[in-house]
Design a protein around this ligand. Sequence first.
Ligand code: ATP
Ligand code: MN
Length: 482
Amino acid sequence: MKHSKVIDLLNSTKTLHEVTAKGWVRTFRNNQFIALNDGSTIHNIQCVVDFENTPDETLKRITTGAAICVTGTLAESRGAGQKVEIQVTKLEILGDSDAEKFPMQPKKHSLEFLRENAHLRVRTNAFGAIMRVRSTLAFAVHQYFQEKGFFYVNTPIITGSDAEGAGEMFQVTSLPLDGSAPRNEDGSINYKEDFFGKQTNLTVSGQLEGETFAMALGQIYTFGPTFRAENSNTSRHLAEFWMIEPEVAFNDLADNMDLAEDFIKYVIKYTVDKCGDDLKFLENRLLEEEKSKPQAERSEMTLLEKLSFVLDNNFKRVSYTEAIDILKDSTPNKKKKFQYIINEWGADLQSEHERFLVEKHFKCPVILFDYPAKIKAFYMRLNDNTEPGKETVRAMDILFPGIGEIVGGSQREERYDVLVEKMKALGIDEEELWWYLDTRRFGSAVHSGFGLGFERLVLFVTGMSNIRDVIPFPRTPQNAEF
Ligand code: ATP
Ligand code: MN
């Protein structure tokens, strides 16, 4: 008999028929009640075992973590907490689990312990919920863009350019590392002999390739892995993360902000509608976690309130210059509570400043725009009419409460001459980016795009606080287990 998913059994309106379910035992109580979970939902189905007619040998093997198959009658439950249960007539142990050794005991584990057991943590309620929410968000990303007529582009993971400028790169090579790699006369490595005949890296962003596609297909998006060898051991940085990068021909910066805001709201709304039970569970998890914090550090809103708040309010759009004025006048700046004091226009904003603006000052998502050219990437559109020495670019970052930067984007410099001049000033090799410059040589036009770190979005939606807990197998400095 084909087995049913637990989620379908729990939602079933028909009872008193025979069903089969397969899953993993969460708990087994009183030699009688199995809480069975198959991953289809946060909820377990209760399976009632007729222990008098079940051999002791079998009962002993119903342990936490064991895989089992049960067949029985789906019936209304007499117990509290569930509408239906399976009154088991046949039980088969598919895979034993030694109760002494199975790491996921039915008790509270620390997040650190769970990270060390990332291959099993997905069998817990919290990680099951997080990973289902992640999957739903990913689907919503595609649905949003596909409905809007964007085309999905797979940009290369191995890249021949190191000028993307977004971060430190991981080198890709098939040359030996034992010192025997071929060398040039000056002693440097001869990359002509390497696999691709040149030096290559893992991509830090698909943007530059994405731009070439936007200049042909009009509206495109990427959604793929990106890699940054930044040695930043923070709760918001991974060495391998997934990025969503839309790029749109003929969009200016204001269109870009509208797109980003609309997109974020859509995927959150979609997930709130689809993942109610998982989010409710994560909301309670967060409430529990916050009980251990001092009152002042607890969030004023529950998880679902925070998500509704984002859906119901406009993101606050603030220029960099306004933001600097606010920060200069702020209490933590005057009292020297910031690690980096803001003295003047041109300062790069640190995460402490971003979080002050979002969490203390505006108390809502913020879009900062028109940044000093000096602190932003070479491809961003130089603003017209800016004072010499105070040049700004049409950049925008979206800042979220508890997260900081979730989106970084810009209108791109479409003018060939301006772009080349900027590259020269920054020492970026024109020859290497010949293909990128071609977009400005042939049919150039205003265009814009942004990058959204998928894990930062998952962090926000799940209410988790460490990015290592929202990706199946995190890669961070000194850690590539699994
Ligand atoms: P940050 O200042 O937080 O390091 P960034 O300015 O380097 O971010 P961008 O290069 O603009 O970020 O990348 C676009 C988006 O990708 C960011 O807004 C963020 O959501 C995400 N992101 C960047 N670096 C990481 C990382 N190491 N791990 C996870 N997400 C990241
Ligand atoms: Mn970074």
